[in-house]
Design a protein around this ligand. Structure first.
Ligand SMILES: O=P(O)(O)OC[C@H]1O[C@](O)(COP(=O)(O)O)[C@@H](O)[C@@H]1O
Length: 321
């Protein structure tokens, strides 16, 4: 993949963030998501690539755009697989909370896990703790290993986990071990990526969230030299069947980094929609708006933060609401 593709792709997440940020706090997650999806779709067609959506807004009959199998790009660049979440954290935007992102990942054709839309158990850490975690080990062992790797006491660690009833046992075990916790209302892609940045103050992500989000986070962590381990959690026979349809026979298998995204020819791009620990959200002032994005390429290991100032007058399609 050409390295210039990363800078092109950040325009896609910027557009989705600019469109959906307008819906912050308005209590309408569907419209916020629709705005992000339409804006993302429009810009994709200007990007020099032959892309196919492998993680998107749903199957062809469920989603009008960015559906699995949809072709993206202007047809002239590399053949790539694309994972998108135009608005990661629809409820976050609707209620004006933290860490909503417009996010995508691109990898060489055939290199992204075609993760079905179901839960995935996850453990994610930044570079210092790579090789130290084990999704099958007791929580306390993982906490001890990460504390050792980061030269911290367990009491110094901060674990992020979605604030869900299904996580009651894990939360109890983390508290028993003495580590601190950040309970998230939503948004475990940002939370996973945050583990790779000291400034965010977050050491580990634990618990289950969306499987598509797990693949997106794995690409982000691959670019940052971190690690995510996952395991699909089909809840019923229909979900097991969906795994098989996506080519996943052994859904109990622990998914390691190379199962989630093969090789290192992959790009991750995200733009903040609402403020987060890592990225600022969209700010509007008159006819201008500012964005902050993160764009990274695993092959080169380059991590870029991109601040954008946009003239909304020149992007009339984005003055949505
Ligand atoms: O809300 P659930 O069912 O626990 O699902 C968790 C998933 O939902 C999210 O919090 C937000 O997803 P949406 O943007 O689709 O609302 C993800 O970050 C996370 O992986």
């Amino acid at each position: 993949m050409e390295r210039s593709l990363s800078m092109e792709l950040v325009r896609v997440t910027e557009a989705a963030a600019l469109a959906s940020g307008r819906w912050m706090g308005l209590g309408n997650k569907e419209e916020a998501d629709r705005a992000a999806t339409e804006a993302m779709r429009d810009v994709f067609d200007t990007i020099p690539m032959k892309g196919t959506v492998v993680i998107g807004e749903g199957e062809m009959d469920e989603a009008p755009m960015l559906y699995i199998g949809e072709k993206l790009g202007n047809g002239y660049g590399p053949r790539v697989d694309v994972a998108v979440d135009p608005l990661e954290g629809t409820n976050i935007v609707a209620s004006g909370q933290w860490n909503a992102l417009a996010v995508l990942a691109v990898a060489d054709h055939g290199n992204l896990l075609h993760a079905p839309d179901m839960y995935m158990d996850k453990i994610a850490v930044g570079p210092e703790s790579v090789g130290q975690i084990d999704i099958d080990a007791p929580i306390i062992d993982n906490l001890k290993a990460v504390a050792r790797a980061k030269n911290k006491d367990i009491e110094d660690l901060v674990v992020t986990i979605l604030n869900r009833e299904r996580h009651a046992r894990i939360i109890h075990e983390i508290r028993e071990a003495g580590a601190r916790i950040k309970l998230l209302p939503d948004g475990d892609v940002a939370a996973a990526v945050n583990t790779a940045f000291d400034d965010t103050g977050v050491d580990l992500l634990l618990g289950s969230g969306g499987a598509p989000e797990g693949v997106l986070a794995a690409v982000g962590l691959k670019c940052l030299g971190g690690e995510l381990q996952g395991r699909l959690l089909p809840q019923n026979e229909a979900e097991e069947e969906r795994c098989r349809k996506m080519g996943i026979e052994n859904f109990n298998k622990v998914l390691l980094m190379d199962d989630l995204v093969k090789g290192d020819d992959c790009i991750f791009a995200a733009t903040g929609v609402t403020d987060g620990e890592l990225l600022k959200g969209v700010y509007y002032k008159g006819s201008r708006a500012t964005t902050q994005s993160l764009v990274m390429r695993a092959k080169s290991g380059t991590v870029r933060f991109v601040d954008g100032t946009h003239s909304m007058k020149k992007k009339p399609g984005l003055v949505i609401k």
